[in-house]
Design a protein around this ligand. Sequence first.
Ligand code: UDP
Ligand code: MG
Length: 335
Amino acid sequence: MPSTRSLEHAKLSVVAPCYNEQAGLPEFVREVKAVCVQLGCAYEIVLVNDGSRDDTLGVALGLAFADPTVRVVNLLRNFGHQAAATAGLDLATGDVVVLIDADLQDPPGIIPQMIAKWEQGADVVYAQRRTRDGESAAKVLTARLFYQLLKRMTKTDIPRDTGDFRLMDRRIVDVLRQMRERHRFIRGMVSWVGGTQVPVVYDRKPRFAGETKYPYRKMISFALDAFTSFSVVPLRLVTYLALLIILVAFVASVTVFIVRLINPDYFIPGFPAMMLTIIFFGGVQLLALGVIGEYIGRMYESVKSRPIYVVEGIYESGKAGRVGVSEVARTPERT
Ligand code: UDP
Ligand code: MG
């Protein structure tokens, strides 16, 4: 696709959510900065401190103090990876925005390749993992299973083996900023927006420092968000299951009828029919209620339309050379 885009007159924002990343943060910023300098464009590095319990904020503020291209967004508490990323995307000012993990599992070194594809006209360039070093076999397996299931369950084409590491054109970011849903599955939301979306393949590295903040508990809730935000298949599954159970109940009834023909005294009269009805229809109703509840719960959360995160302050080297609060917004939503 012919394109007149060029990084020369554009600004690049690199957005990284950080939760307990004090050990790796200086190295991360050093690497990102090296890439930006090499690109030779205007840039900013937006570090979102997602309520870290270690000294991530202190380290980030130190980096911002030393370098005016580093901005720090401090959230009031831990809102979770997807919310922190949302805060960063909302506050990024670049014409091109790269969302990246702060643990160096996403190599900043491939950003120039992403930029090249953007200059050729891509609206979204997502990083697709070829390998996953340093991740347990269980994590690789569950991830694979997750993407296969998701692919079957939704019409939105969400590429597999991708994280949230991706480059987005300003137009895409602006659409994302209008999507204020509470249960966020950002990579799916980006796919939903559309436009020209192309991959860049890379080898996923082990974490530079610290440990994963996605234990299985969080992964399951993340997967649930993905499925329910992008698919109504769980609802339909209940319908199928209900039909199946009704069928089983029917077959069982016929069996009871035949047994009774052969041996009329086999059951206490009325008992099997009653039990079958109670058990099966009870099960069907409970299941249906459970799934409906899941969706109603999500609607309830959306109807409340609380902010997705709360910013404590934004810190950047001021003109006086001092890091200070440049804005304290309780609800940074602008849409
Ligand atoms: N993260 C965050 N808030 C959280 C959990 C994680 O901002 O509640 C950040 C974390 O600092 C990292 C990124 O999100 O930059 C991805 O997290 P992690 O590396 O733990 O996930 P994994 O790579 O193991 O899937
Ligand atoms: Mg990681």
